[in-house]
Each structure stands twice: as C-alpha cells, then as structure tokens.
Design a protein around this ligand. Structure first.
Ligand SMILES: Cc1cc2nc3c(=O)[nH]c(=O)nc-3n(C[C@H](O)[C@H](O)[C@H](O)COP(=O)(O)OP(=O)(O)OC[C@H]3O[C@@H](n4cnc5c(N)ncnc54)[C@H](O)[C@@H]3O)c2cc1C
Length: 537
C-alpha cells in the first residue's frame, strides 16, 4: 500500500476556513464596495480563544474511554478539551458563528481507528455502551452533518478517519484506484500524479476534504462537466456497519438487482463508515485550454451552456455567472474586465490528451458563438483558476468585518431553471427585507447536465451582530421555496441536519421509510450519525 507521511495534513483553522497561515484581512477595495452596498455593519463578536470556550456537553465516562482504548489503542482516543472542539461541527457559516460562542457543544471523545477492523471494534463498543458515532473526514461539511448530537444515546464519539489513508490498489488498464476513505483529496491527487493519473475532483473544499466525505455527501467538483460528480466516479466500496461489512461493486455494469453502491453514496454516515473506495481515474491531462466568454444576459448564457451539455462537446469546466456575480468578480480582478460592464461572464476549460483537446474546444467554441456568446480576455479564466480555492478565506475576512456571507445551492431542469432562480432570489430578498438587512445576492451555474443544471447562490448581508437566528428564518423560507418551485434541496452540499426536515418533501414518505428500513437493518441501535439525513419519526 502507498501512503503519504502521517502528518501530511495541515490542521485547519478551528474558527474559520483553511490553513491558518493563509488567513487574511479584507482587501481595501472590497471594504469600500461593502460600505457602498451594505452601509455600516456592526462589528462581529470577537472569536474566543479555543482554551477559553466552555463545553456544555460532558466528556465520555472513563469506562467508555477505556473500552474505546481497547478497540483502537490508548494513544488514539482523545477526550481533551481542544480536540473535542476541533470536532464540534463543520464549516458552514452558521458553524463558524457558533465557534464565536462562549459555550459550545462538542463530542464526548474523538477516536482515530487505524484499520478497518478497528472501525468495526469502535462501532461494537459504541453499540454496547449506547454511544452515537459521527464519522469525521475532513470536517468541511456545510449542512450540519457533523453536529455532535447524541439523539437518544448517552454521548457522541467522533470517529476521525485521518489514520485510514492511502492508495490500496491501482490498475492502469482498468483505470481504477482503490483508496482508504480518510485520504484527503490533495493526497489522492499526489499519489495518482506519481502514476501519471488523476481523479479530477476539485470542489472548492478540495484542500481539506476526504474521499470518504465526498462519497458520503455525493459531492460535485468544479470539473464535473468532464469527469462527473463524485458519485459517478465510484465503482466500488467497502462499508463497515454496526452489523457487519459489505463489499459492493463487482463489475463495471451489473443487473444483479438494485445498485447497492448507490445506497451508500449520500448516506452521510447513517448506515455505517465507508472505509475504502474504488474510483474511476484518468490519465493526467496533457492539455489545459482556458477560455472566457460573455453573454448579453443570464438567459442567453444558460441557453448556450444547455446546448454544450446536450451536444456533449466535452469541456471539463463550464460555469456561468449571473449579472450580479459577474460585476462582483470583475471588481475583484481589477482592470482585467473593464470592457465588460454589462452581461454575464462564463469560464470554460477543456482538458485531456494533446491531440483530442483542441478539437473539443473548437466544437464548444462554435456552439457558444452560435448561441450569441462573445469570446473575452482569457485572463479572466486564468484569474478564476488562480483564485478558485480562495473564496472561503474571503468569507472569514467578511465575517470578521461583521458581514454575513453564506452559500446555498439547488438544481433543476433547463426548462425550470429561470423560474427557480427567480423564486429563490425573491425569497432571499423578501427574507432579508423582513430582517431589515441590506444584501447582495449572486448566482452562478457550475454543474451542467443534458437535462438541467445547478444553481449556486452566494449571499452577503448586514444581518447584525447575531445573525444565526435571522439567517435560520431566511434559509427556512428559501428551502420551502426551493421545494415549491421544483428544485432539489441540495445538488451537492447534502442533507445533514440542516436540510433533513425537507427530505420527505423531496423523496416522499415511502422514500423516508426505505431509508429507515435499511438503517434499521444495518444499524438496529440507530447509533450512526443519529440526527443527520433521515428525519426522525
Ligand atoms: C468552503 C467550502 C467549499 C465547499 N465546496 C464544495 C464544492 O465545491 N462541492 C461540494 O460538493 N461540496 C463542497 N463543500 C462541502 C463539503 O466540502 C463536502 O460536502 C465534502 O464532501 C465533505 O467532505 P469531508 O471529508 O470534509 O467530510 P466531513 O465534513 O468530515 O463529513 C461530511 C459528512 O459525511 C460523513 N462522513 C465523512 N466521512 C465518512 C465516511 N468515511 N463514511 C461515512 N460517513 C462519512 C460525516 O459524518 C458527515 O455527515 C464545501 C465546503 C466548504 C466549507
């Protein structure tokens, strides 16, 4: 097995996003823009020092810790104050606002199994002792899936997968790689690059998220137009459940009943722990050709993207910003796009073999031009590429400045796309008006399918010094609106605890009963992530 050094991970900032060394303040230009748009916003509460935070939930009892130590070794069970807080939740804006509170909830202990056998042993101990288990990958969840909520159980064990990493098998003929599930996305790409291959899954959380987390949440990366969503890359997996392990995905195609691999994708740790994943990989691209486009309107741009998706001309990235997002992006890249003062910008990337990629680009170019697009300075696309992982650092700077910033996403068919966008925008605007909050709502399409596309909204608002509750009200109305307007409750952020109340609307009561029935079979005591995904009866 091929592994990277154990300390390959940078520990993420506990109270914000990313590498603490890369945290930065608000650029002067952005400060000016914000004052113009939101007026004066009150300063955000100070973030307490980690050591000063009180934890309202007790650590596990000594007898529980001893039993867990028997399962994974004493060195891999930690009920220390700081480690518990580092596993207290994910990285949504509400999560980060909770990090500002003087008293917080946290799991009772963190365990780090080093083998699949140890994962099974932890689940057995938890089942016997009435403890809930919340699997913890990179800790980047944004829909509450890491909430340390015990449900009906005595306490919560955070099962951190950071020791379960590495490349287990690689086959360049089949173009498949098997990884342990705690492998981070950058580590996976490093191990594949050594073999001339790549996975090509680049969500904005790329730097910290794990393969197990991608599978659990059915995530979608920025190159989804070319390489597909993460769930499309999974050809097999092993899951360790409280009642035993399952190895799924025997052949590249199979009619042996319903596809049980898919049952685990998106199960968000509620059926068990995914411990390894077999993934489709491809040779590292020889060519990477960036283009930037402009369209007179979002509708014209969306129509162009639809044609590309339906003709299958083969870009790996294709994304379209609406007018608001285009204006804000251009303000950030300074002079590059001065010529573009109206309309919408799009970024397109073609990647692949040197001899095939230019022809694919040409085919896409023809379609976009016929649909009314005009080619813009390619530096705009290069600027997007350069800044693609920086936005979460900007969110921290905004929050520190007292500006609320959050994202939400959905998807629907092409024919319903504009109605859904209008409905969500109206619901957001109405919600913020009720809270008397000045705001700006930006939107883009970043994932396209022959039949439809995703819509990704970024909101910036002056919600006041305690934004958690007002945002909760706004978000709830928006979720109702998404359901009424025919969208999905999530295209890629998943359900977690935040979206669980809306799942039944999406999959029906029979769908919820199916999930509960599978969970009852695999996890009869209901210890696995008990408040995520499946609404409790
Ligand atoms: C700034 C930012 C940008 C983001 N950008 C994107 C994006 O572009 N596209 C996208 O799809 N998502 C995005 N996300 C959301 C998030 O990164 C994804 O949901 C990701 O898949 C989570 O992976 P993780 O390893 O961090 O999992 P975690 O956050 O640790 O866990 C997520 C959920 O999966 C469960 N889980 C984790 N590992 C396992 C396992 N091995 N077995 C069973 N259950 C498990 C956890 O219990 C939890 O419920 C973003 C998040 C942030 C904060």
């Amino acid at each position: 097995m091929s592994t990277l050094p154990e300390n390959e991970r940078i520990d993420m900032r506990w109270d914000g996003w990313g590498d603490p060394a890369r945290a930065h303040g608000l650029p002067g230009g952005v400060k000016l823009l914000l004052t113009a748009v939101l007026g004066r916003v009150p300063k955000a509460p100070r973030i307490p020092r980690l050591a000063d935070v009180r934890i309202s939930t007790p650590p596990l009892a000594d007898a529980d810790l001893d039993a867990l130590a028997e399962a994974v070794g004493e060195a891999h069970v930690d009920a220390g104050h700081d480690v518990r807080l580092l596993h207290a939740g994910g990285k949504s804006t509400p999560d980060l606002l909770r990090r500002r509170e003087a008293e917080q909830v946290a799991p009772g202990a963190v365990v780090l199994p080093g083998t699949e056998g140890e994962v099974a042993a932890v689940l057995a101990v938890a089942g016997e002792r009435g403890l809930a288990v919340v699997p913890f990958g990179g800790g980047t969840a944004v829909t509450g899936g890491l909430a340390p909520d015990a449900g009906p159980h005595r306490g919560v064990v955070s099962l951190d997968l950071r020791r379960l990493t590495g490349l287990v098998a690689f086959d360049d003929v089949d173009q498949e790689a098997t990884f342990l599930a705690g492998t981070t996305a950058p580590a996976a790409e490093t191990l594949l690059a050594e073999r001339g291959f790549e996975l090509g899954h680049f969500p904005q959380s790329f730097e910290f998220a794990t393969l197990g987390g991608f599978a659990a949440m059915r995530s979608s990366g920025q190159s989804s137009a070319g390489y597909g969503r993460f769930d499309a890359m999974v050809t097999g997996l092993r899951a360790v459940t409280p009642t035993g392990a399952l190895d799924l995905g025997r052949a590249p195609g199979s009619a042996a009943g319903p596809d049980l691999v898919r049952w685990f994708l998106g199960s968000e740790g509620t059926f068990g722990v995914t411990t390894r994943l077999r993934l489709r990989v491809h040779p590292a691209p020889e060519a990477r050709l960036f283009d930037a486009w402009t369209f007179r309107s979002f509708a014209a741009g969306a129509d162009a993207l639809r044609r590309v998706a339906q003709l299958g001309t083969g870009p790996t990235v294709i994304r379209l910003s609406d007018e608001e997002e285009t204006a804000v992006s251009l303000a950030q890249v300074g002079s590059i796009g001065r010529a573009l003062t109206r309309g919408c910008s799009a970024v397109v990337l073609h990647e692949g073999p040197a001899d095939l990629t230019p022809a694919r680009r040409e085919a896409t170019t023809r379609v976009l031009r016929e649909a009314g697009g005009e080619q813009a300075d390619a530096k705009l696309a290069a600027a997007w590429d350069h800044g693609r992982f920086k936005a979460p650092y900007l969110r921290d700077a905004l929050l520190a400045h007292g500006v609320f910033c959050e994202t939400l996403e959905t998807a629907t068919t092409w024919s319903n796309l504009h109605a859904l966008k209008a409905a969500v925008t109206t619901a957001l605007a109405r919600g913020f008006a009720e809270e008397r909050a000045k705001n700006r709502i930006l939107c883009h399409i970043s994932h396209v399918y022959p039949t439809g596309a995703s819509l990704y909204f970024t909101v910036i608002a002056g919600l006041g010094p305690e934004p958690l509750e007002p945002w909760g009200r706004v978000k709830s109305q928006v979720n109702d609106t998404i359901m009424a307007a025919g969208g999905t409750i999530s295209h890629h952020h998943g359900v977690g605890t935040d979206h669980a109340p809306w799942l039944e609307h999406e999959i029906g009561s029979a769908g919820i009963r199916m999930l509960r029935a599978v969970q009852a079979e695999l996890d009869p005591a209901g210890i696995m992530n008990p408040t995520a995904l499946i609404p409790r009866p």
